[in-house]
Design a protein. Structure first.
Length: 345
């Protein structure tokens, strides 16, 4: 039991503290250096071209807001439980080994339970703020992805209903007397041009988000994979139903969640973008004039290429990438485990 507790302390100091600190530093520097670009992104979100024009648009926005709020609560609860279990592990370590010391500088001797509690506070206090920093910065990236997903969903919804009309006189009548919807309602063309421009602005927005957060997301993927590998190795050496095993399991879940949520919302952006071209087909396009149909066809060709986010400009941010991430983490764990077993033999 004592040896396992020492192993947990060592792995936490080397990988679960050291690597996330470097990761957080990169994220903070990126936010500082890319401040002007981020300001432009926020200004674009305030632009009237991204405004809500109907109750349906507002419902889509509110649904997305509820999803992100729920996600934030789940992350905070999981991080709080994990932090509490980490503090409990430090006291359990002291209980089994009264001479144990924490890897933190203290201006006092750690001899009694009171002084040890003070040392635990000095070690855990920076971790609390480091966790808050990771949470806020990762959540910011997720919110930008959600904005893209919401805008794509609004464009798709309005394109599908572009030719819908409540005018009962606009019915099919014999050839030569039929008038097309875009001839009856001159506003249809203006609305369509609005959503084309809206997509063009969204395309610029996605490229800027990809450019700004490319390096932090790449490093986040790499460091999370290494830390997950190390935590998985420690998890395999302890009892699953023990307090220590549950702590390591929660730790693995948090490390994986850092990558999963980014991949999940990136996948949503890709899905909504891929279904945008089909939204034109699902509309009443046959009620438009031949001239307007040619415009719709050109738009469909432009929208047939999905708006996808990437890591390092190569790897797409999607659920397929998360599966590859899990496989890579397991591969690192298997190689590390085999090397340790061969040395013991």
């Amino acid at each position: 039991m004592e040896q396992n507790l020492h192993d947990v302390d060592a792995i936490f100091d080397a990988l679960i503290i050291g690597i996330p600190q470097m990761n957080l530093l990169v994220k903070a520097l990126n936010i500082y250096l890319q401040g002007s670009k981020i300001h432009k992104l926020n200004e674009l979100l305030k632009d009237p071209i991204f405004a809500m024009h109907s109750n349906k648009d507002e419902k889509i926005l509110l649904k997305s807001k509820m999803t992100t709020d729920r996600l934030f609560r789940y992350i905070v609860i999981t991080c709080t439980v994990t932090a509490t279990m980490f503090l409990a592990l430090l006291f359990i370590k002291r209980y089994y080994d009264p001479t144990s010391r924490l890897s933190v500088y203290t201006p006092f001797e750690v001899n009694s339970w009171g002084s040890y509690s003070g040392a635990v506070f000095l070690k855990a206090y920076p971790l609390f703020w480091m966790g808050c920093g990771h949470l806020c910065l990762d959540y910011t990236v997720v919110l930008y992805f959600c904005q893209m997903k919401v805008q794509l969903e609004i464009i798709k919804s309005n394109i599908e209903n572009l030719f819908d009309s409540d005018d009962p006189t606009n019915e099919l009548i014999p050839r030569g007397r039929h008038r097309y919807n875009d001839e009856i309602d001159q506003d249809i063309k203006d609305r369509f041009i609005h959503y084309v421009k809206r997509y063009e602005n969204l395309l610029w927005f996605s490229r800027e988000v990809n450019s700004i957060f490319n390096i932090p997301i790449s490093i986040n993927f790499l460091t999370s994979m290494v830390a997950t590998c190390a935590a998985t190795y420690i998890f395999s050496t302890v009892k699953i139903l023990s307090f220590q095993g549950l702590f390591m399991l929660l730790l693995i879940m948090i490390l994986s969640a850092q990558v999963f949520f980014i991949c999940y919302f990136g996948n949503l952006v890709q899905f909504e973008s891929e279904s945008l071209a089909s939204a034109v087909y699902l509309s009443n396009w046959y009620s438009a004039s031949p001239r307007f149909r040619r415009i719709l066809l050109i738009a469909m060709l432009c929208w047939s290429r999905p708006l996808s986010l990437t890591v390092s400009g190569v790897v797409p941010i999607s659920l397929d990438t998360f599966v590859s991430y899990v496989k890579s983490a397991y591969t690192l764990y298997a190689v590390n485990s085999s090397m340790v077993d061969s040395k013991q033999q």
